[in-house]
Design a protein around this ligand. Structure first.
Ligand code: UD1
Length: 420
């Protein structure tokens, strides 16, 4: 298992290219199941989760071609020969559940392993299943699998989500593109990645309106066709590197970064004393003064994203004064706290809130990654800490961040990957 060795204390200066969004790219690949024609995706991030999604699609029988041989563009297309998503892939990556709606819509049947729990919470899929039942699917849970059929095809209806779940919105959205008649998804999630998916589906011939409004209206069509789509920049990667500039007191040009996608994150950065500007090349982020403590609550978009919570916690650990972070999306997403405390942070967790008392400095230590975003919070802490930090279980990070050590080292960070 690879690990990172980080020697902290250097402000970061330079340019970092923001890659394609993981959370858009995965769903856009799944959208390839909705047509027999070729869907070409460009600006694909080179990360482990995308490779897992490729494996999943290939075992459904679909051809996935790496167009440039470097993992940056894929062509997806062909007939579906297998409607089962097996446990060994779904258990590796929860986003695999998103094949359920498209398989049902196109093949009228699907058998998908239940994803089960994961490190950051129980994460059930009840809203995905209830929504698909509203569209006429018959669903049975058996032997750890979701067996779903729609013998007469899916039929459009009004689905009211009790919570604006990102995954449930996407599953229903994709399924509804090929359903008979009109589907309305009320209380739909509004994350920018869903807007990207809508844009691609519409380019494939779907009829979707209401993107970003909280109510999606989908008029089903008989079939979708091929298209070419460029994946949007990863707002979470961009926000993460913005925190790297913030915690080290650096100045970074985040090429391709978009302030508009990051609303609440930009406001929080500014409140802590980090300056953010939109430039022609992307986002510029710098800090010259002290970091100030702030209070944050995670919420569905356009609120502060749960995927930026751990990175902000690292930054607030060295800010002046006290901060409070309340996590409302996932019930177990503070696993980075004990690790940050081992580096000298003063953080207490009370239920779904963490109180962070800023310390003057952190000190390097051996720490362990527990999930994707938590891993990066430990890198951030390591970049700001005195001495050496060893981060093990880097595979969590490789799931969702491309070339981390190269991007950071190019801006002056002392970080190396040790294979093993
Ligand atoms: C997606 C993102 C993830 C992000 C999250 C919230 C991807 C691949 N992942 O995950 O990075 O942190 O949105 O912005 O895009 N829930 C239920 N029942 C359901 C569905 C969800 O109870 O049927 C709960 C979950 O357990 C969780 C909350 O709703 O507590 C949010 O989940 P959801 O918005 O669905 O997140 P994901 O799509 O899994």
């Amino acid at each position: 298992m690879d690990r990172f060795i980080i020697r902290g204390g250097k402000p970061l200066h330079g340019e970092i290219t923001i890659g394609g969004a993981k959370n858009a790219g995965l769903k856009l690949m799944v959208a390839g199941l909705l047509t027999g024609e070729r869907l070409v995706l460009t600006n694909v991030p080179r990360i482990a989760d995308i490779a897992t999604m490729r494996d999943l699609l290939v075992q459904h029988g679909v051809a996935v071609e790496d167009l440039n041989g470097d993992g940056s563009s894929y062509s997806i297309g062909g007939e579906i020969t297998n409607t089962e998503a097996p446990y060994d892939i779904v258990s590796k990556m929860r986003a695999s559940i998103l094949v359920l709606g498209p398989l049902l819509a196109r093949c009228r049947k699907a058998r998908v392993s239940l994803p089960g729990g994961c490190a950051i919470g129980t994460r059930p899929v009840d809203m995905h299943l209830k929504g698909l039942e509203t569209l006429g699917a018959e669903i049975r849970l058996e032997g750890g699998y979701i067996n779903a059929t729609a013998p007469n095809g899916l039929i459009g209806d009004r689905v009211i989500l009790p919570f604006a779940s990102v995954g449930a919105t996407e599953n229903l959205l994709m399924a509804a593109t090929l359903a008979k008649g009109r589907t309305e998804i009320v209380n739909a999630a509004r994350e920018p990645e869903i807007g990207d998916l809508v844009a691609c589906l519409n380019a494939m011939g779907a009829k979707i309106t209401g993107s970003g409004s909280g109510t999606l209206v989908i008029d089903g069509v008989d079939s979708l066709h091929g298209a070419e789509h460029r994946i949007m920049p990863d707002r979470i990667e961009c926000g993460t590197y913005a925190c790297a500039a913030g915690i080290t007191g650096g100045d970074l040009k985040l090429l391709g970064g978009r302030v508009d996608d990051l609303g609440a994150v930009v406001r929080a950065l500014e409140e802590t004393g980090v300056e953010v500007t939109q430039e022609s090349y992307g986002m510029r982020v710098r800090r010259t003064g002290a970091l100030r403590g702030i209070d944050i609550m995670t919420e569905p978009y356009p609120g502060f994203p749960t995927d930026m919570q751990a990175q902000f916690m690292a930054m607030l650990a060295v800010a002046e004064g006290a901060s409070m972070i309340t996590e409302t999306i996932f019930e177990n997403r503070f696993m980075h706290v004990p690790e940050l405390n081992r580096m000298g942070a003063r953080i207490n967790v009370h239920g779904s809130s963490a109180i962070i008392r800023g310390v003057h400095a952190l000190s390097g230590a051996p720490v362990m990654a527990t999930d994707l975003r938590a891993s990066f919070s430990l890198i951030l802490a390591g970049l700001a800490a005195h001495g050496e930090t060893t981060l093990s279980r880097v595979y969590h990070l490789d799931r969702g961040y491309e070339a981390v050590e190269k991007k950071l080292a190019a801006c002056g960070a002392n970080i190396e990957r040790v294979k093993g």
